[in-house]
Design a protein around this ligand. Structure first.
Ligand code: ARG
Length: 456
């Protein structure tokens, strides 16, 4: 079939070139945005007298019909069309005849596709905000349950100091709050309307860009038409935000995988979020967490692909930009899936408090508190630190831990030691004393929980 743009050429492109060129198999996802955008465009054309009011009404009604039929499943996309914009216009013209051909007055597919994508991402960004909030709430609820559950805190993956599981989970809640800030910030720049920039230079028609933008819920318009049709910063920003979000999920996924291992056994993921092995009957694998970790690479890839596509593009629109959509769709859909799976995984996991405590009891994680004990008795910290280190070495040599070493031996290292040393190194006391703001004490974690709950 001859192309809608036939004229300058005969429009009879090679079949392979057609397939290569067409984007309808992925941009059909934008049909709703495309039709809503076109309805607002028709209304603006009518209001400005560029088409008659009767024609505008006909266009809007025709577009409504197409939307209705697509949603009802009584109309299929014509995969022979180049893209979703061509499809809608072709269908409209089939239904209305010559009036349909007036819709594309004072616009171009260049501003149209940018409009559709912004409308799509505006909604997706809102959906993702909701999903991040749900995950954040799941983490906060678990943190509340476990605000006094002790486990070793690690640095270098070496047992470092006692913390609570609630404190650990709230660290991830804080990361998600920053993701929410980034999403909100990026949305401000998504929500500017490019429609009316036309192909690149604006238009000779007496359009009202601001009215059309307002009708579509935009806060503002893109102020330079060349920029309006070629700007994809809003996509890059969203993909960058999603990459950071996925990095956060991936770090927690990694912890879940470690914690689910026999070596740790700090948590057990619910059967609903694990799989078995086809050969090893004993296996319970953390596939969902592993996939979140794996898919993080994929979202980074989407970001990199988009940045690389845009690099070196001269103004204004270039067909390269058609490549933006698959990266954007993939990253958005991947992040959405990961967030939802993760929320379920967090809500249904079993926390093994006994295992966490056991691990906390054997790693000298109260050695800092031992040093602090001496400091409180008047020793400079560096000297107290040294003595505590020597005591740990002695414990290791004697196969003891700080709690089981007799007071008499402590006294060999310093006569500042007294019976109260054992209270000072009690794990619960160690946690309870860390009352500094943001610290691991129950009351500090409660404050963090209240803060996050207030924001959600
Ligand atoms: N399918 C195209 C895209 O996704 C729509 C814009 C086409 N514009 C053009 N001048 N060929 O970018």
């Amino acid at each position: 079939m001859a192309k809608m743009w036939a004229g300058r050429t005969d429009g009879n492109t090679d079949k392979l070139a057609d397939d290569f060129n067409s984007s309808i198999h992925f941009d059909c996802k934008l049909y709703k945005q495309d039709i809503r955008g076109s309805m607002a465009h028709a209304a603006m054309l009518g209001a400005q007298g560029i088409v008659t009011q009767a024609e505008a009404d006909q266009l809007i009604e025709g577009l409504e019909g197409i939307l209705r039929d697509l949603e009802a499943g009584t109309l299929d996309f014509d995969m022979g069309c180049e893209d979703i914009h061509m499809f809608v216009e072709q269908e409209l013209t089939t239904r209305l005849g010559d009036v349909g051909k007036k819709l594309h007055t004072a616009r171009s597919r260049n501003d149209q596709v940018a409009l559709d994508l912004r409308m799509y991402l505006r909604d997706k960004s809102d959906d993702i905000v909701q999903m991040v909030k749900e995950l954040c709430a799941a983490l906060t609820d678990q943190a509340e349950q476990h605000k006094a559950t002790i486990l070793p805190g690690y640095t270098h993956l070496q047992r470092a100091q006692p913390i609570t599981f609630g404190h650990h989970l709230m660290a991830y809640a804080m990361m998600l709050l920053r993701d929410l800030e980034r999403l909100a910030d990026g949305r401000r720049r998504i929500n500017r309307s490019p429609i009316g920039c036309c192909a690149l230079a604006g238009t000779t028609y007496n359009t009202d860009r601001r009215a059309e933008a307002a009708a579509l819920g935009f806060d503002d318009i893109c102020l330079n038409s060349l920029d309006g049709v070629s700007d994809r910063d809003f996509c890059v920003e969203l993909l960058s935000t999603l990459s950071i979000l996925m990095m956060h999920l991936s770090r927690l996924a990694e912890e879940f995988i470690l914690w689910s291992s026999w070596e740790f056994k700090f948590i057990e993921l619910s059967d609903a979020y694990t799989t078995g092995s086809s050969i090893m009957p004993q296996k319970k694998n953390s596939d969902m967490a592993e996939l979140v970790r794996g898919k993080t690479g994929r979202v980074y890839g989407d970001l990199l692909a988009l940045l690389t596509t845009l690099k070196g593009l001269p103004l204004a629109y270039n067909k390269d930009m058609q490549e933006d959509k698959e990266s954007v769709f993939d990253a958005v859909e991947t992040a959405e899936m990961c967030l939802q799976v993760f929320t379920g995984m967090v809500r249904t996991m079993t926390v093994r408090e006994d295992r966490m405590l056991q691990a906390a009891q054997k790693g000298f994680i109260n050695a800092t508190d031992l040093a602090d004990y001496l400091v409180k008795k008047g020793l400079p910290f560096r000297s107290a630190y040294k003595i505590s280190g020597q005591i740990v070495a002695r414990c290791l040599a004697d196969n003891l831990v700080l709690e089981t070493m007799p007071l008499a031996v402590y006294k060999e290292f310093s006569d500042l030691f007294a019976e109260d040393v054992f209270e000072a190194i009690d794990l619960h006391a160690c946690v309870d004393r860390r009352t500094s703001e943001g610290g691991t004490s129950v009351q500090s974690v409660e404050k963090q929980i209240a803060y996050v709950k207030g924001l959600l």
